[in-house]
Design a binder for this molecule. Structure first.
Ligand code: SAJ
Length: 409
């Protein structure tokens, strides 16, 4: 018989994973400390939207998925709780992870496996989790195995990636790895690579650091091209004709809870070694301020001084999703406040609750209130409605609007 699984943390990763397992015949309980979230899920209401989630949720409910606020006795636990980083030390803050594992150990069955999905820097399981399990063996006498299966899914295309991406599972021995693999294979069509726990931990952080470094390269080119008087987009297009060159898109910075966070784990743990990774972080973090500089320059050229007529389009961290975590627009707001430049206004079609001062909820009203519009996120809405911006000074940091005259980075 298939293992029963308790998924801890009903967030962006835990919930789709739990639903996917339940829809594929596993006995699943989804757990979260947030009672409001659990109440909503029990009523059949999703806590965030994503393409295909509604249908998947219905399948999982029909299959009998349960939700609760406390871990229950199960054969396998998948822990997908947040692992934030300390902004000063740049090290991982494992408090949620440790808390969830402690609660899990209290109720788990003999020979159960605790799989950590949360992103963690290499060595985290050895440092924080293994001692908890060892302590338990001494006190409760239960054997518990550990594994790490870092998530790899991208908001916006989550379900597709959950099913089709290759995955890595780190475990202490092949038998445990195979046991975890057998569960993930129920929904994952990608190749599942087994390795040790530390390599699995490192692989996740490295994947996001790799992308950060490559985005930073494109962003650095933007700044070099500004000095050299060259159009960076044309330059990148030409360079990418080389068969082994693939420069990414420059932009207003890097947001999200992954690429802008994970590289710091390496910088925090390997100071002096993670030099390129640190430079990339600094370059990408400098981009929102660069957008402000560019805006100030264009406004000076045009003789515009009134900051209250400057509108920022887009609050999310990337196109066509509602996630605002670490978004370049929020970083831009922070930079402007640092230099006492208050009065910018904002609009995002996907952010329907008020998250910043001066937020508009209607595109036309936002446009009417703006002489200068900074496009920070090129949502489909503005690509379709771009002609509404004709006549405004538009600074398109994504170089996405092709039918009107704009300034780019
Ligand atoms: N960005 C650029 N230029 C580009 C591409 C992206 O400026 O050419 C910006 C985006 O606008 C955004 C940020 O980078 O602000 C990150 O966006 P993304 O779409 O590249 O990635 P995420 O953060 O949504 O998801 C990443 C993915 N990791 C990699 O591609 C290596 C995803 O596969 C991971 O599962 C996810 O992080 C995670 O959870 O770690």
């Amino acid at each position: 018989m298939c293992d029963s699984v308790c998924v801890v943390g009903m967030g962006f990763i835990g919930l789709p994973t739990a639903l996917m397992l339940a829809a594929n015949g596993v006995d699943v309980t989804g757990v979260d400390i947030d009672i409001v979230k659990i109440t909503s899920l029990k009523k059949g209401l999703l806590t965030f939207s994503e393409s295909g989630m509604k249908e998947l949720f219905e399948r999982a409910m029909d299959a009998g998925i349960r939700f609760g606020s406390k871990q229950i006795s199960a054969d396998m636990y998948i822990i997908s709780v947040p692992t934030p980083f300390d902004k000063h030390s740049k090290k991982v803050d494992a408090c949620y992870l440790i808390g969830s594992v402690k609660e899990t150990i209290k109720v788990c069955k003999e020979n159960s496996v605790i799989v950590i999905e949360s992103t963690i820097p290499p060595g985290t399981i050895d440092k924080y989790i293994r001692p908890l399990v060892r302590e338990n063996i001494d006190v409760l006498g239960k054997t518990i195995d550990l594994a790490h299966a870092p998530e790899r899914i991208m908001p916006g295309v989550m379900l597709n990636e959950l099913v089709n991406n290759d995955r890595v599972i780190g475990a202490d021995d092949i038998a445990v790895g195979m046991r975890v693999k057998s569960i993930y294979s129920l929904f994952c069509n990608g190749e599942i690579e087994l390795t040790d726990i530390r390599t699995a931990e490192m692989s996740k952080v490295v994947e996001n650091a790799y992308r950060d470094v490559n985005i930073a390269f494109a962003n650095e080119l933007v700044k070099i091209c500004a000095e050299a008087g060259i159009d960076p987009y044309n330059l990148i297009r030409i360079a990418n004709k080389h068969p082994r060159v693939n420069i990414l898109n420059p932009g207003p910075g890097v947001g999200g809870h992954c690429i802008s966070v994970d590289p710091w784990f390496l910088v925090g743990d390997y100071p002096g070694l993670a030099n390129l990774i640190l430079s990339a972080r600094k370059i990408n973090d400098s981009m929102p301020a660069y957008v402000l500089e560019r805006t100030a320059m264009i406004m000076a050229e045009k003789g515009i001084r009134d900051i209250s007529r400057v509108g920022v389009y887009g609050l999310t961290y990337k196109e066509d999703i509602a996630d605002i975590r670490e978004s370049p627009s929020l970083q831009l707001l922070e930079w402007s406040s640092k230099y006492l430049a208050y009065g910018l206004h904002f609009y995002d079609p996907l952010v329907t609750s008020c998250v910043v001062e001066g937020q508009f909820f209607d595109l036309d009203e936002f446009i009417d209130a703006s002489d200068v519009i900074i496009i920070m996120v090129a949502h489909k809405e503005i690509i379709i409605d771009q002609l509404k911006l004709a006549g405004k000074i538009v600074i398109d940091t994504k170089a996405a609007l092709k039918d009107i005259s704009t300034y780019t980075l």
